[in-house]
Design a protein around this ligand. Structure first.
Ligand SMILES: N=C(N)NCCC[C@H](NC(=O)CCC(=O)O)C(=O)O
Length: 445
């Protein structure tokens, strides 16, 4: 049976804004307080999805969380009408209001870890929604994200949904951003490569910025997903690059099928880590381990350009394409490296640049915006078809965005209770378009 990788991109929500909420994420801090353009952001994301669909790839859409998150604000003691809650929070705790207004669920690489059925011992596709424990604005995503995933992959014969890991720093889990699968092809069982920032039993950790993913979290996910021990590898990210702004492994490495592209300084004790990957890989096709040297692209350039946050996709007619952020074209060394990469003897034979600047300014490149789900033909049929992008859905979503989204948002707009009404009206309509039922708190009260 055929298996496909389906990219489920997060639709950028109508409250997309720059709040400087992510300590350790250089772009988030640098662009704090800047005006955002929600409509443009959502259209950029949708255009990326459409471009991939036009390459002949299966493309899915994941609905955003509803913002503002009134449930959290009410739990923190803000009471009265919805408008009262917003007004009081804006006055007394503007930072909390920003956290509850973040559109951060757009970065669905952090929505969950997913293991395809050819890797799991019960032959189901397993999902663990990420607890995103390190940041408040992200930790509040998990409940709704989990509901959405259950609505998209609802058939229990094919899909297994786990509870998120306990909300405690010991089990900080950031989902697929720290997980790569290396295999001969999507049809074959593969090596689940988990990259963690910190092992709670070791002192090797960054000194400045937080390590968001723990080894203990990755191990728990691998256990729940019933992966074979011999098919899992846990390696540590280089703490120094976390301190340089690499807050997830997908900012310094990218894998697809039998290709793994990574920076020379990506991992702790890199030589040993790479040796372990080579030994653990059981495919019969050659594994392409492509190490990018610091002379070709420095860590700083990698963080600025997000070269490793490209999507590496297998094309229907053979070969692979790298879907890179257009910021890569602004740094000579990076562009030169990418031109050489597609000429070199490896499966990557095309580089396609994509403009997702609105997301990039918050530290989210093309790969952050998508959750990869490898599905067999039958599993794909069992998936909510209203969430799969075709010409019709592309056009419906374009109209929906143009109708509901504001052109511009500043932090002061978050204090306006009218924004809440607009957002909820838009999302209510979206759940009908994507046939999700009542996934939002405001629809369930
Ligand atoms: N690399 C991956 N997979 N994801 C990128 C996530 C970016 C996100 N930015 C933010 O949450 C910024 C929000 C703000 O500051 O307004 C984060 O740091 O968690």
């Amino acid at each position: 049976m055929n298996f496909y990788e389906v990219n489920f991109d997060g639709l950028v929500g109508p409250s997309h804004n720059y709040a400087g909420l992510s300590y350790g994420n250089v772009a988030s801090k640098a662009n704090a307080k800047k005006f955002s353009n929600p409509k443009q952001a959502a259209l950029q994301g949708l255009d990326k999805m459409y471009a991939l669909a036009q390459l002949g790839l299966h493309q899915g859409v994941l609905a955003p969380n509803a913002r503002p998150d009134l449930k959290t604000l009410r739990a923190l003691g803000f009471s009265g009408s919805d408008g009262d809650v917003i007004t009081k929070a804006a006055k007394l705790e503007p930072q909390l209001l920003k956290a509850c207004y973040s559109a951060s669920s757009m970065w669905t690489a952090n929505a969950a870890t997913v293991s395809p059925s050819c890797d799991t011992q019960d032959r189901k596709v397993h999902f663990t929604p990420a607890n995103l424990n390190n940041k408040l604005h992200r930790a509040i995503e998990v409940e709704t994200t989990s509901r959405i995933l259950k609505q998209v992959f609802s058939d229990n014969d094919y899909f297994a949904h786990h509870e998120p890991l306990p909300q405690h720093p010991l089990f900080g889990d950031e989902g697929a951003a720290n997980h790569t699968r290396l295999a001969d092809s999507y049809n074959h069982s593969g090596l689940a490569l988990f990259v963690y920032g910190q092992d709670n039993q070791s002192d090797i950790r960054p000194s400045k910025f937080p390590a968001r993913q723990t080894r203990q979290a990755s191990e728990a996910v691998a256990r729940s997903h019933m992966l074979k021990t011999e098919n899992c590898l846990f390696i540590q990210q280089n703490p120094d690059v976390i301190d340089a702004g690499v807050f997830h492994n997908d900012v310094i490495a990218i894998g697809n099928e039998n290709v793994f592209l990574f920076h020379e300084q990506a991992f702790y004790d890199q030589q040993t880590s790479v040796k372990k990957i080579r030994e653990a890989y059981k495919g019969s096709r050659p594994l392409h381990l492509i190490e990018v040297s610091n002379t070709d692209v420095s860590v700083e350039q990698a963080v600025q350009s997000y070269i490793f946050n490209s999507q590496l996709v297998s094309l229907p007619n053979g070969g692979m394409a790298l879907i890179a952020p257009s910021e890569c074209q602004k740094i000579n060394e990076v562009e030169t490296y990418l031109s050489a990469l597609k000429q070199a003897s490896n499966p990557v034979n095309d580089v396609i640049y994509m403009d997702v600047k609105q997301s990039m300014q918050n530290g989210g490149g093309p790969a952050c915006l998508r959750l990869r789900v490898v599905l067999s033909e039958l599993e794909l049929k069992a998936t909510n078809q209203a969430c799969l992008l075709d010409e019709q859905l592309y056009s419906t979503l374009s109209i929906w965005i143009n109708k509901h989204y504001r052109d511009q948002l500043s932090e002061y707009d978050l204090a306006d209770p009218q924004l809440l009404k607009e957002n909820y009206a838009a999302l209510d309509e979206l759940t009908q378009i994507l046939e999700l039922g009542s996934v939002y708190d405001f629809q369930r009260e």
